[in-house]
Design a protein. Structure first.
Length: 328
């Protein structure tokens, strides 16, 4: 009798586990194959048609994907507008220089016309980030889909969770670990700084007032700092001038960024921080000693890993009709 009861209890447990597994649906390649088979092609075609008119958007879109995933997971919460009773992520300091919202909205309108209420804004961010990097000559990575959109976007959470340009190694390690990302991921995802630009305000303290007494960051190459002060960020309050994060190679997804790190020419404190830890510095050196394809392969793995951070699937979240507002 006892054995029979145990067997019955075991069956109940298995059924319950099976139910939980089905609720916690996973991302999968080709998620929209049946209910919106042209979705990914529509997105890819739009990116390839328009990104060449503004290739710098590739860096902006991968940054948007990064900032989205670090707050409540990859759920498009970064796209939500502030409302009368809630200040959204979009208005937090780290996101004030984000670009590409209109680009995402245009893609969303196309897929909504094709199959209304099917494709999430979260998946669109992940796909346009990948497709824009590929379209501008960078690496390819797989983007499994099936993400759903979040309904909460919080200003303070963005401030607390997005790795800042002035972050030291401990801060970066902690913020990445909070998302299930390790030190290799930190080095590899930072490698996206091989393309794009930044504003002087993100690093001018390194030039003019590093410790609050009008000094310069000793970890920054002095000749590079002098050049920046003479030709780019001519005063400490410049909030508009843009500077290449990978001078001379900002349009090419390559290893140049890592070479600059070892020359003490990483633009941000967070870049320089990668050389202050023996594990990350060694990995930087290892990447530089290998072929470019190795970096591409490893970068792809980290992007796929980041793209799975705390995703909403199954019946969690919603599929927004418009990316900037939750469904009514």
């Amino acid at each position: 009798m006892k054995m029979g009861g145990s067997r019955y209890f075991g069956i109940i447990i298995l059924v319950l586990l099976g139910s939980i597994g089905s609720i916690q649906a996973q991302l999968e390649l080709g998620f929209y194959t049946k209910n919106c088979p042209r979705a990914e092609k529509i997105i890819e075609d739009f990116v390839h048609k328009h990104i060449h008119n503004a290739p710098s958007l590739a860096a902006a879109l991968i940054r948007m994907h990064f900032h989205d995933c670090f707050v409540r997971g990859c759920d498009a919460s970064v796209l939500l507008n502030t409302t009368s009773n809630n200040q959204a992520e979009k208005d937090a300091t780290p996101n004030l220089t984000l670009r590409g919202f209109d680009f995402v909205d245009r893609v969303k309108s196309l897929v909504e016309a094709e199959c209304p209420g099917i494709v999430s804004c979260a998946d669109i961010i992940a796909l346009v980030a990948r497709d824009s990097i590929v379209a501008t000559g960078g690496p390819f990575w797989k983007v499994p889909t099936g993400r759903r959109d979040g309904t909460i976007s919080n200003f303070t959470e963005a401030l607390n969770n997005i790795p800042p340009p002035f972050g030291n190694f401990t801060t970066l390690q902690t913020l990445f670990a909070n998302q299930g990302l390790d030190l290799n991921d930190l080095v590899l995802l930072s490698g996206a700084h091989t393309i794009g630009v930044s504003h002087c305000s993100s690093f001018s303290n390194r030039l003019y007032n590093f410790t609050g007494v009008g000094d310069q960051d000793p970890a920054l190459d002095s000749k590079y700092a002098a050049n920046l002060k003479a030709n780019k960020c001519r005063n400490p309050n410049d909030n508009t001038t843009k500077v290449e994060m990978d001078p001379g190679s900002r349009k090419t997804f390559d290893l140049s960024y890592y070479s600059l790190l070892l020359k003490r020419r990483g633009l941000f404190e967070s870049d320089a921080a990668l050389t202050t830890n023996p594990t990350t510095k060694s990995f930087v050196t290892q990447l530089l000693q290998g072929p470019l394809q190795n970096f591409y392969d490893e970068f792809a793995k980290s992007m796929e890993k980041m793209g799975r951070v705390d995703v909403k699937t199954g019946s969690t979240g919603e599929i927004r009709k418009q990316c900037a507002v939750v469904n009514s």
